[in-house]
Design a binder for this molecule. Structure first.
Ligand SMILES: Cc1cc2nc3c(=O)[nH]c(=O)nc-3n(C[C@H](O)[C@H](O)[C@H](O)COP(=O)(O)OP(=O)(O)OC[C@H]3O[C@@H](n4cnc5c(N)ncnc54)[C@H](O)[C@@H]3O)c2cc1C
Length: 263
């Protein structure tokens, strides 16, 4: 059980950041992951009064506040149009609607969970995290960083010519994914993001330009094999390392076929 001594609804991000420097204090998003933990929290830092629960779309980017719920991501017309419905596909399997109405993108991205659909899909986009202290950094870098006491304020997705598809495999509905895959063509380069390996999502870029300009059944097959050979997987209760490699091959292939390979 998690025992919280004091609840503080902060009135600025700076106040949240200062409180968060104390190891015994914790920022709370939807509190769905936190409540599963055991321990004592001195001050629970609530960001819900800071207007961070909106998705702002401009001609050049989406700015997604840390307190935006997974359900809002799932239903956002602009984000779904931009990502070929990858956003919806990544969110819709996470537990249930009531859960997704509470879980926040801030808690999901900050957590950098190995099983994360949320991290996987954002890594397939030209996405950045805005941290109060460290500033704006690419999400691919943030995914490798150790946990610290910064405050995640926004997720920024820069608009570019994008082709993208998302698929996951679960043993049963609403369970954690056995493997999650997002393929995207960004800045004219193809990449596959593989999540739930079961470690934090990784990018396997098409460094050898296997998919080239014209995607064909042969190049799709070759790239799916390339991903399978280059992704590091491990075993856990949901699947073996070998099974995950096979899933990476199958899901990359299906994802590329589903978007026809054309940006
Ligand atoms: C039973 C269960 C099943 C799940 N299944 C899946 C799944 O299949 N796929 C998937 O992708 N995810 C899954 N998740 C994870 C879920 O989607 C959320 O990512 C998770 O609950 C965290 O979001 P939250 O808003 O509840 O964060 P919280 O639990 O409130 O916080 C999580 C962590 O993030 C920190 N934090 C929160 N907000 C900020 C911020 N703005 N800045 C800095 N630190 C912050 C907190 O201090 C805490 O350490 C599951 C979670 C649960 C509990």
């Amino acid at each position: 059980m998690l025992t919280i001594k004091e609840f503080r609804k902060v009135s600025s991000i700076e106040e949240a950041y200062e409180l968060n420097q104390k190891k015994t204090n914790r920022i709370i998003g939807g509190m769905l992951w936190l409540k599963m933990q055991t321990g004592n929290v001195n001050i629970a830092i609530d960001l819900s009064g800071l207007n961070l629960d909106t998705i702002e779309e401009t001609d050049t980017e989406f700015k997604i506040g840390a307190m935006t719920t997974l359900r809002d991501l799932e239903l956002h017309a602009g984000l779904n149009q931009y990502t070929n419905n990858s956003m919806k596909e990544a969110m819709r399997h996470i537990v249930g609607v009531q859960f997704r109405n509470l879980a926040t993108v801030g808690g999901s991205i900050y957590g950098r969970y190995g099983f994360s659909d949320v991290l996987t899909v954002f890594m397939a986009l030209d996405a950045y995290v805005e941290l109060h202290h460290a500033g704006i950094i690419p999400i691919s870098e943030f995914a490798k960083m150790p946990y610290d006491n910064d405050v995640l304020v926004n997720i920024i997705v820069k608009k570019t010519a994008l082709n993208c598809a998302y698929l996951s495999h679960r043993q049963t509905k609403t369970d954690f994914p056995v493997l999650a895959v997002a393929v995207s063509k960004l800045h004219d380069k193809w990449q596959a993001v593989i999540g739930a390996t079961p470690h934090r999502a990784v990018i396997i870029a098409d460094e050898e330009n296997i998919l080239g300009e014209k995607v064909s059944p042969e190049t799709i097959e070759a790239f799916a094999n390339y991903v399978k050979d280059n992704v590091k997987t491990d075993s856990n209760i949901r699947g073996s390392a070998q099974y995950r490699k096979h899933l990476a091959y199958v899901l990359v292939k299906r994802a590329l076929v589903s978007i026809g390979g054309n940006a």
